[in-house]
Design a protein around this ligand. Structure first.
Ligand code: AMP
Length: 379
């Protein structure tokens, strides 16, 4: 087994957003140093890191210099080019492996990998031309969702097709980019399993988390999800098998659609801590971020036990529209925990922070967290 990377060593993180920030906070609690690399300056991660490199992911000279100054490299952002990862890997161990990133940063590669390994998915077709799209609609039926294959998140680059008359309008914005056509899943719930796999193959998971989206962006997550035991067990087993298939090291999230019939379909995979796992920061013995640090450093994984049921609500830039949110009003409930990511410019749809509530039940926690978020607007 590879030697553990011990506290006082330096962890290099590609990407500099809130996921890196929360990982860096946990890394520093454990006594590690953190060096973040991204094109940004004064970033959410950079603000809490020991060092911040501001350079393009394509600047392989800077990438190599960065990799030489750290003891291990990980990611908080999966859309880092393969050449960057290969250059970094010349000088430092990289977890999860570059191959995992390569697969998950493209929807087609990801779906093809999952299908090959027999995981349940919504039907999909690869789309390059308008003829492919007409044929794809013929084969998988309507409604369907057309998504760009690469670099999409939070519903960006997605179009729902309900009728044949909408096919051309959905195709045009692709501008020649490769896409995937997916069957629309009339799901009852969206759920996720956030889990971690250690270097020794050990596995830990945070159970099933229930997710509600608004405008394709995660809005509220609650744990534990209200699903029956067999579904929860299936979801965790699928997540475990995906982690195994990837020989994964680090924190991994698997998003699922759950249909009324109890059928699970994998929607997508995030090879990093995930928004739905933010509640583990306050609710669990070990957070998804600490788990990521432990895994990539070759330390044993921590307990994922929950102190209590929990819910998390995202805070988007929209709530700044009429001025500074009323933080004190939200925090008037002592069971509310506030996390802000240090972003200076609130924009519509931009994830600025989140709040978490702990309660006796996940339903109650969701009510509390929504009410607290409403109070932010009492100005
Ligand atoms: P994605 O970026 O693929 O996770 O999509 C963002 C959100 O859009 C999902 O969490 C769903 O709420 C919705 N969505 C995406 N694809 C589908 C689909 N095939 N069927 C139903 N809803 C979908």
């Amino acid at each position: 087994m590879t030697k553990a990377i011990l506290p006082n060593s330096t962890i290099g993180i590609f990407g500099s957003g809130q996921l890196g920030r929360m990982s860096a906070i946990e890394a520093r609690k454990l006594g590690y140093r953190v060096h973040t690399y991204s094109p940004g300056r004064n970033t959410p991660t950079g603000q809490v890191a020991d060092a911040e490199t501001t350079a393009s992911y394509d600047d392989l000279f800077e990438v190599r210099t960065f990799a030489q100054s750290v003891d291990v490299v990980t990611f908080e952002f999966e859309n880092v080019p393969s050449a960057t990862i290969e250059a970094a890997a010349e000088f430092a161990p990289v977890h999860p492996r570059g191959q995992v990133l390569h697969t998950t940063q493209d929807r087609l590669r990801e779906k093809t990998f999952l299908e090959k390994h027999g995981f349940p998915l919504a039907g999909f077709r690869r789309i390059r031309t308008i003829e492919d799209l007409f044929k794809g609609v013929e084969e998988i039926g309507l409604p369907a969702v057309l998504k760009t294959a690469g670099f999409g998140y939070d519903g960006k680059g997605q179009a729902r097709i309900n009728a044949h008359s909408e096919i051309e309008a959905a195709f045009d914005p692709l501008n020649g980019r490769e896409a995937v056509l997916e069957q629309f899943v009339a799901f009852e719930k969206e759920i996720s399993v956030v889990c971690a796999r250690g270097m020794d193959g050990s596995f830990a998971h945070f159970g099933v988390i229930e997710n509600e989206h608004t405008n394709h962006i995660l809005d509220v997550s609650t744990a534990p999800a209200e699903v029956d035991e067999a579904t929860a067990k299936d979801a965790v087993e699928i997540a475990r098998a995906i982690a195994e298939a990837f020989e994964y090291v680090g924190t991994l999230a698997v998003e699922f659609f759950l249909e009324g019939s109890g059928k699970l379909r994998v929607n997508e995979i995030a090879p990093r801590p995930h928004n739905s796992g933010h509640l583990t920061f306050d609710a669990c013995v070990t957070s998804q971020f600490e788990q990521q640090i432990r895994a990539v450093c070759g330390l044993p994984l921590g307990s994922t036990e929950y102190h209590s049921p929990a819910a998390m609500a995202n805070l988007l830039g929209d709530i700044w529209e009429n001025g500074e949110p009323n933080w004190a009003a939200a925090l008037a409930d002592p069971h509310i925990k506030l996390h802000l990511y240090g972003k200076s410019e609130p924009k519509r749809g931009r994830k600025m922070g989140h709040i978490t509530a702990l309660a006796d039940s996940s339903k109650k926690a969701a009510e509390i967290v929504r009410a607290a978020r409403e109070r932010l607007l009492d100005r």
